[in-house]
Design a protein around this ligand. Structure first.
Ligand SMILES: Cc1cc2nc3c(=O)[nH]c(=O)nc-3n(C[C@H](O)[C@H](O)[C@H](O)COP(=O)(O)OP(=O)(O)OC[C@H]3O[C@@H](n4cnc5c(N)ncnc54)[C@H](O)[C@@H]3O)c2cc1C
Length: 373
């Protein structure tokens, strides 16, 4: 019997599981290795922080999904791949052999250039760890006047600082201060001018301090140091800087790009190892420079599911043509949002309601196993 190992319960693998639940693989043993039993959905994370969603609204339970798919769930982190022996090493000491391996482990903020980032800052990924850290910050916010710095001003960073401010205005001590820092010349450098202008206006109206061209160099627990300018006194630093691939992949011999993402072809197949696939943030598709966005991870799910079956059966793979532009709905903390599409921007409560419908529908799709028969 062939062995398929799925590593990471990201957006693409939950779709693989859903499809396996609808049409099980009879001649293969499938294992999902996931560091968490739940997948937190990043699209709803800012809404969770702002207090609009409960935790159960914004996560997918992997156990019932795996059970419905006939897949064994191993709650452990993968820490090495022996690509010669074709085995995955787990951080609980186990080793799993594979015939076909698929990686959907996301990305992490690049903290390598910020000294003390891991000791004194809170990286936004892994999301489950971030959620635990945020819950502690929120619980302590009534006792102290918070000074929160969000490092990284892409869509995630902008949403995060607005959501945190919205929440702490309700549960925190009055007088909290919020900073948004980026080493780029502007916030949201990957979005159109019209989008930037709208969100800059919102940030300024809310009194959030924007520090552009401001490279953060170190954190020491009480202060945030920058390449230029005086240090900022801070109580908490949330880090959403540009993404990179997991460090441990660097020791596996897998071909990666300059940021450590697995280099794959348009069939999501590793350029160096034909039996290994990668999708979502961790994949770097040859010939495309896609942003790290859940939209692509979701779109790759059906193709990955198909190609994993084909690879197990030794059939030819199908190729993926990523969409050139992705719609982004950027929430502003107060049940309002800005739509970013190419060079266009629209804003309002209706955009948030639209996003809310899309996000709730996404989560509901993966609760098939929890529905009564
Ligand atoms: C605040 C914020 C808001 C965002 N909002 C949006 C949005 O609205 N729309 C959008 O398109 N994108 C959004 N993004 C980007 C989005 O989060 C990512 O692009 C998306 O999560 C990538 O999906 P993925 O499936 O590749 O990985 P992930 O969703 O990160 O899933 C990877 C999974 O693998 C697990 N894992 C990691 N390492 C291991 C290991 N070694 N062993 C086992 N398991 C492992 C993790 O625990 C995780 O469950 C947002 C990002 C942030 C930070």
């Amino acid at each position: 019997m062939k062995r398929l190992i799925l590593v990471g319960g990201g957006h693409s693998h939950v779709e693989v599981l859903r499809r396996l639940a609808l049409s099980p693989l009879r001649d293969a043993r499938v294992v999902l290795v996931s560091s968490e039993r739940q997948t937190v959905y990043s699209g709803m994370l800012p809404g969770y922080i702002a207090g609009h969603y409960s935790f159960s609204d914004c996560h997918i339970e992997l156990e019932p999904l795996c059970a419905a798919a006939g897949v064994e769930l191993r709650t452990a982190g993968a820490c090495h791949i022996d690509a010669v022996a074709r085995s995955v090493h787990l951080d609980d000491g186990a080793t799993l052999a594979y015939d076909v391996l698929s990686l959907n482990i996301g990305s992490t903020p690049d903290t390598t250039s910020i000294a003390g980032a891991l000791e004194h800052g809170v990286p936004v990924k892994p999301l489950s760890r971030f959620v635990r850290a945020w819950n502690a910050i929120e619980a302590g916010a009534a006792r102290e006047r918070s000074v929160i710095a969000v490092v990284g001003a892409g869509a995630g960073g902008v949403e995060l600082v607005l959501a945190v401010q919205h929440r702490l205005a309700r549960v925190g001590r009055p007088g909290s201060v919020f900073h948004l820092l980026t080493d780029a010349a502007t916030i949201l450098p990957d979005h159109a001018f019209a989008v930037r202008r709208k969100l800059e206006r919102v940030l300024r109206q809310r009194g959030i301090h924007i520090h552009s061209s401001s490279r953060v160099t170190a954190l020491d627990g009480a202060r945030l140091h920058r390449a230029a300018g005086a240090p900022l006194a801070v109580t908490h630093v949330l880090i959403t800087t540009g993404a990179r691939g997991a460090h441990w992949l660097g020791r596996t011999g897998l071909k990666t790009d300059a940021r450590g993402f697995v280099a794959v072809n348009a069939a999501l197949q590793s350029l160096s190892h034909v039996e290994i696939f990668a999708a979502g943030d961790i994949a770097s598709i040859e010939g495309y420079a896609l942003p790290k966005s859940g939209v692509y991870a979701v779109r790759e799910g059906p193709l990955l599911a198909d190609n994993l079956r084909r690879a197990l059966a030794g059939r030819p793979l199908v190729r993926y043509r990523p969409q050139a532009n992705a719609l982004a709905l950027i929430s502003t903390g107060d049940r309002s949002a800005v739509m970013s599409w190419r060079r266009f921007a629209l804003e309002g409560r209706w955009v948030w309601r639209w996003k809310d419908r899309i996000d709730r529908r996404f989560i509901a799709k993966y609760r098939i196993a929890e529905r009564p028969a």
